[in-house]
Design a binder for this molecule. Sequence first.
Ligand code: PMP
Length: 379
Amino acid sequence: MHIYLDHAATSPVHPDVISKMSSYMAETFGNPSSIHSFGRQSRKFLDDARYAAARSISCKPSEIIFTSGGTEADNMAIIGAAMANRHRGRHIITTAIEHHAVLHSCQYLEKNGFEVTYLPVNEEGSISLEDLQNSLTDSTILVSIMYANNEVGTIQPIKEVGALLQEHEALFHTDAVQAYGVEDIKVKEIGADLLSVSAHKINGPKGVGFLYAKEGIKLQPSQYGGEQELKRRAGTENAAGIAGFHEAISIVERERGEKRESLKALKEEMISVFNSEEVRYEINGHEERSLPHILNVYFPGTHIESLLVNLDLSGIAASSGSACTAGSVDPSHVLVSMFGKESERSASSVRFSFGLGNTKNSVSEAALKVCGIVKRLTA
Ligand code: PMP
């Protein structure tokens, strides 16, 4: 039996999302920018989805820009805001453990005259507010700190960051791609100016996401063409994807609380099997401030490649956590940031992430297989 424990990489599409997308595609095809009835019919899907996305984070529909996913939302926030605000300063602050969509955008900016400070994290994967405070200068125009990390699940002190930045001119972006499905995020409460979300992490389709950009914030466009997405992103929208995203957002809104509890129970189930089977393990990440669906575990004496291959052969899909480099199992840059280059942990840790379709029984069965493999690899 195959057991999928890699929901942080991507998640299965919910059957209701599939129905919504199929009926959109079967019944509607007009270009949302056309003024005739076919266009208006398509536009209604976009407007309804924009309204639902906005309501879910308590902002105005006009502050939602649909994108091709979390990567584009991050790129738009970082490069778009930096380029549009470069007359005010050329310093950006981010963390060493961001997703590559943020890190590579920052590296692009560094090659183009910007200076970037990468805040370090402690062994639990948290930044220090003091470090942030000390890094802010008069020329800091943007601070980008992820809501929660995709590899180890650590949740950053986002409200405190927002409060600290109230006193400063810098814009505040947070990558909420992993957190959105399980955390109730209200942009006013966290003081964010920019926030990224992706549909395929919440049982929606791939290739669609949104960027929240607070009213009045200037962003240099990354695509040029028509005046779609409220003149902020050119190109005919992925309307079927957005319709499916709308359905996924509605499900998240309806079931978030319940989902958190069941994900926590699955995580606890896996840990309890590790304990009863007496394998040697340590959990990476923050003990309390952690996403319920991510369990990153260090198995001393193993190596990530052999672990993942053996897991795959036993029908278990898990990940090294640094799943953004297709086809490779890079030791995680996040664990390197947490424990240092020399630490064996970054090469001997595996990420299990739970979601739709996982049950207590299937997780327990997977955990037993994991224990068997770990015992064999360390014998
Ligand atoms: N940010 C984070 C934290 C992520 O986990 C991911 C997906 N791996 C992304 C951004 C990129 O999102 P997408 O795959 O929709 O481009």
